[in-house]
Design a protein around this ligand. Sequence first.
Ligand code: SAM
Length: 253
Amino acid sequence: KLSRRLETIMKLIPKECALADIGSDHALLPVAAVQSGRAVRAVAGEVNDGPLQAAAKQVAEAGLTDVISVRKGDGLAVIEAGEANVVTIAGMGGSLIANILDRGEDKLEQVELLILQPNVGEDILRRWLMEHGWLLTSECILEEDGKIYEILTAVPELSDQRISNRLLYEDQEWPKSGGEGTFTVTRDLLLRMGPWLLKEPTPVLIDKWNQELDKLQGILDSLSVSKLESAALKAKQVQMEMDQIKEVLACLQ
Ligand code: SAM
């Protein structure tokens, strides 16, 4: 049975697609995607031998060796351009996912949908997408076994005329929660917290940012005892970051 995280990713895979799952580990996602009729064929890519063997075993046991090709290689190097129209990359840091996309950009030309699940560094990934002509089309957030995961989907920006990256990330004026005046939710904050997640906030989103505030408070506490000259400046930045997040959170609750 798939984890809730993988099940949620699986359900975002459109019917009858050609899938590439990069960093597939046990190939659970491509196997489930084919079995459910979402993918007609798939490539499971893995850079490490252990997970590669686990993937090959899983595919063989499912009797799907004719439709799922398990390949060893770094990132998108395992596919030919045009071989997949949907790419999933899940369970890695956002910077690694962005790096894989960046190094494999030539393989993305005919890709219509990216489904990405960064474990951390979501802002780095959103920024890469924005700067490389990919439009974020949905975001969801879920909790499983005490961990919080975000799942992002993106399409080539020009394929969706209803919205653009410029509109998605333009500064927003929000009324202050206390009722007096407004504050600006900047592009950096939208990249950090997720423009779609902020439109429809859930209790898990609020939990995530309360946890982030706790981490930032920890950083602030250790900076306050530091004797380094740079500590005061850094503390000021962290405090500003916390104030912004708190302001947003106050409006969400
Ligand atoms: N995608 C699966 C999931 O979400 O459950 C597995 C996630 S697992 C934590 C990350 C996998 O990515 C590991 O099996 C690792 O070997 C693989 N990986 C890391 N860097 C990679 C790269 N550059 N190219 C392909 N696979 C990579």
